[in-house]
Each structure stands twice: as structure tokens, then as C-alpha cells.
Design a binder for this molecule. Structure first.
Ligand code: PLP
Length: 436
């Protein structure tokens, strides 16, 4: 039926279609026009929101939690530590830290970290201008006020701008947005010199490293999300790590431990809790055994999954190189990222041209997101749409934000899918660029 497509080794469409349903041939989707014209338009039909299934071991463990009827983390029998505590213990070990706490969401982990280090109403908190809404949202949730720090063309926090603003706040909520790690050595120097406490938002960097150190372990607290689109998937969920006993004791109390903190396996000794338990409010946001049961087998696979993301990332990145008008975001040698999404820049392009690229790619099944849009759309929004947080205009950052095009890379995409996606983007960016 579509043998004419098989000239291209990546688009052996019939077997691929039967296997995954990700690539359909042009006859099925592109419409007769293109075929009459004699043209061959490749189209991608995979889903940018389709994650892999939960591993069988996770499904089995989840079923046994369901059969037990004991879903609450403190609903334990005898000495059984339960899935949540085991997850915390295993996550702490995986990250090489002393303490870990599992909570209801990544956003909850961020707010809990802010509270646990003492941020309160009216306090100012430094944070990235390039991030997602839950980050300024976490700051707003404790009544604090974000002070935005600019973004570089490398898509990381602007360390010059950070140094200039470091005296304006006691805490930096650092978002490793879209997995880009800044020079963490320099960042820690700046913050230590200015007495600024660092909380890391590692929603996109679980498993990533800077010079061998796991993301989330340089700052005082590291926060992670286990929401469906992140590196572990429990639907909703979050994790928080620290080596600081008092911060962890406060976080455990905050999360809603009802004085049952001695049931934790990755928390400090009871004496530490004695010192904080009367003045730390309970702001319930616990994780339950069902989610923890789903997460533990995934955590065992994290390293493998990160490699698979990076394989996909490299295929797209290589495929995009040499596209006129398109700038690759080069990654520093010190960084071991996790390529669960990819960004490229259409720097200094007219907005209408960027919109053309997005429209043309979408027509061929490739869903790109743009961080420069004036209106918040889906998960992308710009700092000027967070109107609860007043911000001065930041022209250098505006230029970068306007150029960022973003794409998810779920592990359900094969390497051939990634090569096809890159060909489509390259063709459409080139076409719009050359049209001038
Ligand atoms: C997803 C995300 C969060 C928050 O995670 P939730 O689990 O959805 O609350 C925080 N920061 C960034 C950058 C994220 O993408």
C-alpha cells in the first residue's frame, strides 16, 4: 500500500505501523493532493503525551497494596515499613543523600522546602524567569514574592544577574528548567558568598548530574516531581531530599506526620523532631503506598531510562544540526543531562514566522511548544502572565524566551521516530526561513 515510502529506510511504514502505530504513510494521512503532485510528505503520528506503561512489577505491587486496603502511609502492620518509607530510603540511597521525603506533588515539595527553610509571608525569593508556573506558584503559596533572575541563551539562569540580585533575598528557588543545568559550582559560590540558601527544583533533572553530582544535591534541598510527564510516573507525586536534619524534620512534620515520624526510614532521629514538633504546622500532603508501589520499580530503572532519553535526544539534536536559522542549545561538558525534552532556538525570528513553523510542524504531526507566546497556552507561560508576581521587564531574557521552541521526547518514541521528527522540523524551519 505504501511501498513508495520504503525508499526511505526510516519510513518502512507498514512494519512500524503494525508495531507501534507511530508512523503512518502519506497515503493514509497526507491527503490525495500530495500524492497527485508526486510529492512525498512524511508525517508523524505518535503522541507527544504518551508515556510508557507502568512496569509489571509496579502493577503487581500496586495490586497488592490495593488488596491490603492499607493505602495511607502510616497504616502499617507490625514492623512492615511500607512502600512509602522504602521508596524514601531507596531514593535517598540513589541520590546519595541522608534524608528523603515522598509527598503529594512536585509543587507541594517546593512549597514545603520553602516553609522548612523558614520562608514566610512577604519574604522575597529569587527564582528563574524561565520556568513553569508551579515554581512562582510555590513561592506565592507561602505568601512570598518572587524576584526573577534572567535566562541565558544556554537556557540556564543568568549567573551575572543572580550575582547582581543576590542581596535582595535569603533564598533562591533554582529551577533546572527543561533539564538545563547551569554552572553549579559558580552558582553555589555566588549563593554561599551572599548567604543565599539554595532550593533546587529538579522536576526536569531527576537523574541528571553536574560534574558527577546528582542534580538536587548541591543546594540545601532538592525537590522532584513524579507527575506523569516527569522521569518517574505515579500520576501525581513528589520527593524532597536534604542532608540537613532539622530541615527534614520540619518537612516531615509539615507533610502531615501526626507525630508518627519514627515510622520513617530516611528521616533524622526522634530528638531532632522533639525540637521542632510543637511549632511546625501540619499541612497535609503525604504520599500513599499505592503511588510509592508504582514508583519503586521505576526508580530501579531510572539510570536505563535516562540513557534511553539521551539516545532519543541525540538523534533529534543531530538531525536538527545545520538547519538554517535554527540554533542548537549546546550542552556544557560538565553536564550529564536527561534529554526527556529538547529545545532549540529561533533567535530573533518574527513572531509570525515562529507561529508558521509551529503550524506547519503540527500539520505534519509534530507538536512544538513556544515559550514566547504572550498568552499562556497549555503548560507554557511567560513571567508577565504571572500577574500576582510583579516583574520589571527583562529585555535580554525576553529575547531568549521569544526564541525558545520546545518539544517533549517520551520514551514511547523510537529512534526512527526521532529521526523522522527531526527531518520534519528541519524541512519546515528551512522552508519558513528561506521564504524570508
Ligand atoms: C512539573 C513541574 C513542577 C511541579 O510538579 P507537579 O508535580 O506538577 O506539582 C515544578 N517545576 C517544574 C519546572 C515542573 O515542570
Amino acid at each position: 500500500m505504501c511501498s513508495y515510502l520504503q525508499r526511505d529506510p526510516f519510513v518502512a511504514c507498514v512494519p512500524r505501523y503494525l508495531r507501534h502505530g507511530t508512523v503512518l504513510c502519506a497515503t493514509l494521512t497526507a491527503g490525495a493532493g500530495q500524492i497527485r503532485n508526486g510529492g512525498m510528505t512524511e508525517r508523524f503520528t505518535g503522541s507527544f503525551t504518551q508515556q510508557e506503561p507502568i512496569p509489571e512489577a509496579g502493577i503487581e505491587a500496586a495490586l497488592s497494596v490495593l488488596r491490603s486496603g492499607r493505602l495511607h502511609r502510616y497504616n502499617l502492620v507490625g514492623e512492615d515499613p511500607g512502600e512509602v518509607s522504602l521508596l524514601e530510603q531507596e531514593f535517598a540511597a540513589a541520590m546519595g543523600v541522608k534524608y528523603a521525603l515522598a509527598v503529594a506533588s512536585g509543587g507541594y515539595a517546593l512549597a514545603t522546602a520553602l516553609r522548612a527553610v523558614g520562608v514566610g509571608p512577604g519574604d522575597r525569593v529569587l527564582t528563574n524567569v524561565f520556568t513553569l508556573a508551579p515554581v512562582p506558584g510555590a513561592i506565592a503559596s507561602v505568601g512570598a514574592v518572587p524576584v526573577f533572575v534572567g535566562v541565558t541563551e544556554g537556557l540556564v539562569i543568568d549567573l551575572e544577574d543572580l550575582a547582581a540580585k543576590a542581596d535582595q533575598a535569603d533564598v533562591l528557588l533554582l529551577s533546572h528548567m527543561r533539564g538545563h543545568l547551569c554552572d553549579m559550582d559558580r552558582l553555589m559560590q555566588i549563593c554561599e558568598a551572599a548567604g543565599v540558601v539554595v532550593i533546587e527544583d529538579c522536576a526536569h533533572t531527576m537523574g541528571a548530574r553536574w560534574r558527577g553530582r546528582f542534580s538536587g544535591t548541591d543546594g540545601l534541598v532538592g525537590c522532584y516531581s513524579t507527575q506523569t510527564y516527569k522521569h518517574l510516573n505515579s500520576g501525581e507525586g513528589g520527593l524532597l531530599v536534604t542532608d540537613d536534619a532539622e530541615v527534614m524534620a520540619r518537612a516531615v512534620m509539615l507533610s502531615g506526620s501526626y507525630m508518627l515520624y519514627d515510622r520513617h526510614l530516611a528521616a533524622p532521629a526522634p530528638e531532632v523532631f522533639e525540637a521542632v514538633k510543637y511549632d511546625t504546622p501540619n499541612i497535609s500532603g503525604r504520599m500513599d503506598h499505592l503511588r510509592a508501589a508504582i514508583l519503586r520499580p521505576q526508580l530501579r530503572d531510572l539510570e536505563t531510562q535516562c540513557t534511553r532519553w539521551n539516545d532519543r535526544y541525540r538523534v533529534v539534536e543531530d538531525g536538527l544540526r545545520g538547519t538554517p536559522g535554527l540554533t542548537i542549545v549546546e550542552r556544557p561538558a560538565e553536564e550529564s543531562p536527561v534529554g526527556s525534552s529538547i529545545q532549540f532556538m529561533l533567535l530573533d525570528w518574527a513572531e509570525s514566522k515562529v507561529a508558521d513553523v509551529l503550524r506547519r510542524c503540527l500539520a505534519r504531526g509534530v507538536e512544538l511548544k513556544w515559550f514566547g507566546g504572550a498568552e499562556p497556552s497549555g503548560f507554557t507561560s511567560r513571567y508577565d502572565s504571572w500577574r500576582y508576581a510583579h516583574a520589571e521587564r527583562m529585555p535580554a531574557s525576553d529575547r531568549v524566551l521569544k526564541g525558545i521552541v520546545d518539544m517533549r521526547l517520551p520514551l514511547t518514541f523510537s529512534l526512527e521516530d526521532c529521526a523522522l521528527i527531526a527531518r520534519i522540523i528541519k524541512a519546515e524551519v528551512s522552508a519558513v526561513y528561506q521564504a524570508g
